[in-house]
Design a protein around this ligand. Structure first.
Ligand code: GLN
Ligand code: ZN
Length: 761
């Protein structure tokens, strides 16, 4: 019999129990023993679910109070000095202080940085590396949790993030140095942990080295050989796991490493199966990731069995079956979706169901004749079949429209210079026009109205009236502040993607499809289930109403196609580009109708454009080409006089600046205040041709920005960008702030703009 296993299970709990317990603990509403026992219970439940699903191992090491990378930093004793010389690595408050800057006990300090885990929406706590840093085994949490599983009668396979991946993802603080010089001591710690695990009687340990799919320098590729030579332990077998892509020029090295098994991701990179099979030494196990760990669709079991036919014939029991990556990236349990219609439910699989699918594939490949397997197979076939023909998935009108896109569709009628001239005449804006990014404070009252309306406890008429009252108030306040380009404030929007997804055909929503984003924060992405179209205008009535309240230009506000795409679960039957172009066409219609409703400035937000980048640089241009084209399609249906804005949050622009320029937005607003305008260097170096609004104050902080500070920032910006192409605005939307601080901040911002105009006059 071969093995069915998972690379990791989501830790948040089917009802976000972990989140609730953590937050209660941070607030002081739950004591530490209760928090610890909640964690213990969740681990136990998750092991039980994996076992019941038919997996031969349960995973340990996938549980974390905040983040699994942070767990490894603590295991290595890699704790920055600001958290104290003798920080107690076993105390979860140490961990919370590193993650959040504070914990119920101990002194606060600046939290560690957080960043995205590869191309997922999960964020990890970035390890801090120092020259001459030393490492020692500082917590045995993994060993304890593994013992816990054994004591409860489970067969655990502990999961570690590999030493090279941990080191690569860290960030050097202070003096630069070659981080590989830290490797030896790190390996020693891993060696100790592995010995302890072996003492417990563990047979297999999984070591994740996802950096093997990235562009790695040669010395890093070579470091794998020395590292895994040193990590050998005669009492413990190692499964080396890679995921999120294809082994990148390292296949020969990797298959020959002195480990007992290799896991590869066949969902993202199915073609690597043949190469790996041809080179795999005959004593090794090959674990194939065939169930998508990053999406919510039920698997095509038949297709997978066919795909694995040869591999099974060659490897027999040495072929293991698994999800492509850890199930951390999928929601927990589809059974909790009580409101989903039966058809949709029959198409989806969450983590619990995915574990079962892994087991079904393994048993079918092993020739298991159990009848229940036939019914699982049938359900999978039925899902495949019904999706192929369903009108919820396929809309020929949309498909024809995408097929008919021509080169002209992504072009404004005239160049930026000519448009700018016409827009000047139409909009009559002063030098250094002031504006905001879209949202204004989402007060408790606004959220309550929205909730009541959604629950059907408020009639549409009353809801619309109360939102209109909000808009009227927001417009008045902006007029009083003296802003030049106003916004309606986005009171009617819960979330910038969900709001549009709910109004577009081709989307579905889950009730409980939460996925951990970072720490206690979970997101519930919309699901793109089929061809996307816009049955009705989405924002036009709100924007028209807002424009009627003022003589100043009112900016329409949309979320761009790439951002909607990046923050949703995707289809598996078509590529990202197809869904993106469909979104682009739907948004284009909205943009055109906004223009017809008298809206002269329309902002199409694209904060996610950078995070959609593929993991490997060689794949960037292809993505950027269709991403930029999609944005342009959405923006190009309007007259030259209509001004298109876009907005991006904090983003490294250096290596994508030509594509940002190619978006050809008349105005781009970006987050620059925290980088002291340094992000503008990329725009200056490239001679970015269009107008820019570099954010002049950080909206993440409640502090009211200092006037001279903002002025100095704008003056700095004016050295890099010609003054007649500079706008003045905050870094991002203001929905998380309160009115009093927003009004003070914007008042100062407007005054600064006025002073600068006067100085130049
Ligand atoms: N228009 C959005 C807002 O102001 C933009 C948010 C974002 O960039 N993430 O809230
Ligand atoms: Zn933003």
């Amino acid at each position: 019999m071969s093995i069915a296993h998972s690379l990791g299970f989501p830790r948040i709990g089917a009802n976000r129990e972990l989140k609730k317990a953590q937050e209660a603990y941070w607030k002081g509403d739950l004591d530490q023993p209760s928090l610890l026992s909640e964690g213990k219970q969740l681990r136990s439940q998750h092991w039980q679910l994996q076992k019941e699903a038919g997996l031969q191992f349960v995973s340990t090491g996938d549980f974390a109070w905040y983040d699994q990378m942070l767990n490894h930093s603590l295991m290595l004793g890699a704790i920055p000095a600001r958290f104290g010389d003798h920080a107690d690595c076993e105390d979860i408050d140490t961990l919370f202080r590193m993650a959040r800057g504070r914990a119920p006990s101990g002194e606060s300090a600046a939290a560690c940085e957080m960043t995205k885990w590869f191309d997922t929406n999960y964020h990890y706590i970035v390890p801090e590396l120092y020259k001459g840093q030393s490492f020692e085994l500082s917590t045995t949490r993994l060993v304890e949790e593994t013992r816990e599983a054994i004591d409860q009668g489970f067969n655990p396979k502990p999961v570690l993030i590999g030493p090279l991946t941990w080191l690569w993802l860290g960030k050097i603080k202070g003096e630069q140095f070659d981080r590989l010089t830290l490797l030896d001591e790190i390996i020693d710690v891993y060696g100790k942990v592995m010995s302890r695990l072996a003492e417990l009687g563990v047979e297999w340990v999984q070591i994740d080295e996802p950096i093997l799919v990235l562009d790695l320098p040669n010395e890093w590729k070579q470091a794998f050989e020395t590292t895994y030579n040193k990590l050998q332990n005669k009492d413990l077998k190692i499964l080396l796991a890679t995921y999120f892509g294809e082994l990148n020029g390292t296949t020969t090295t990797v298959v020959n490493l002195p480990v007992d098994g290799l896991h590869i991701d066949l969902v993202r990179a199915p073609n690597q199966l043949v190469t790996v099979l041809d080179r795999l030494p005959s004593y090794k196990v090959l674990s194939v990731g065939v169930i998508n760990g990053r999406n919510i669709w039920k698997a095509d079991i038949n297709g997978i069995i066919e795909q694995l036919h040869d591999a099974k014939a060659r490897l027999g029991n040495r072929l293991w079956i698994a999800p492509s990556c850890s199930l951390l990236h999928s929601p927990v349990d589809l059974e909790a979706e009580t409101d989903l219609d039966t058809e949709l439910k029959s198409w989806f699989a969450f983590a619990v169901q995915k574990c079962k699918e892994v087991s079904v594939v393994q048993r079918l490949l092993d020739g298991d004749q159990d009848e229940s397997l036939q019914s699982d197979l049938q359900q999978s076939n039925e899902a495949v079949r019904s999706k192929q023909t369903s009108s919820r998935v396929h809309n020929s009108v949309v498909q024809q429209r995408v097929a008919a896109i021509t080169t002209g569709d992504d072009q404004r009628p005239s160049s930026f210079e000519s448009r700018a001239e016409l827009q000047k005449g139409a909009l009559k804006l002063p030098l250094f026009p002031t504006t905001t990014i879209g949202s204004f404070p989402q007060t408790a009252d606004i959220r309550r109205q929205r909730r009541l309306f959604k629950q059907g406890k408020l009639s549409e008429a009353i809801y619309v009236e109360s939102m209109q009252a909000e808009i009227r108030d927001t417009v008045k306040r902006q007029e009083a502040l003296g802003l030049d380009v106003l916004v309606h404030g986005e009171a009617e929007r819960n979330d910038m993607v969900e709001y549009f997804g709910e109004q577009l055909d081709g989307f579905a929503f889950t009730k409980n499809g939460w996925v951990q984003s970072y720490g206690s924060r979970c997101v519930k992405p919309p699901v793109i289930i089929g061809d996307i179209s816009r049955p009705e205008p989405m924002t036009v009535a709100w924007s028209r109403f807002a424009q009627q309240q003022t003589d100043k230009p009112m900016k329409g506000m949309l979320t761009g196609p790439v951002t909607i795409l990046c923050w949703s679960f995707l289809r598996e039957d078509v590529g990202r580009q197809t869904s993106c172009e469909q979104l682009a066409l739907a948004l284009r219609d909205e943009v055109v109708e906004l223009e017809q409703a008298g809206i002269g400035i329309i902002q199409i937000d694209e904060p996610a454009i950078r995070e959609g980048l593929p993991l490997r640089k060689e794949d960037w241009p292809e993505y950027l080409n269709w991403a930029v084209k999609s944005f342009r399609i959405s923006a190009s249906g309007v007259r030259d006089e209509t001004q298109i804005h876009t907005h991006m949050c904090y983003s490294e622009f250096n290596d994508i600046i030509e594509f940002v320029a190619a978006m050809d937005a008349d105005v781009i607003t970006i987050e620059t205040s925290r980088s002291d305008m340094d992000l503008l260097d990329a725009f200056e170096a490239f001679s970015y041709p269009n107008a820019i609004g570099p954010g002049v104050y950080d909206i993440h902080s409640p502090n009211v920005p200092d006037k001279s500070w903002m002025k100095q920032l704008i003056q700095k910006a004016a050295k890099k960008i010609p003054a007649d192409r500079l706008w003045i605005n905050p870094d991002c939307g203001l929905k998380t702030r309160d009115w009093p601080e927003v009004e003070l901040a914007l008042k100062s911002m407007v005054t600064v703009a006025e002073e600068l105009r006067a100085e130049l006059a």
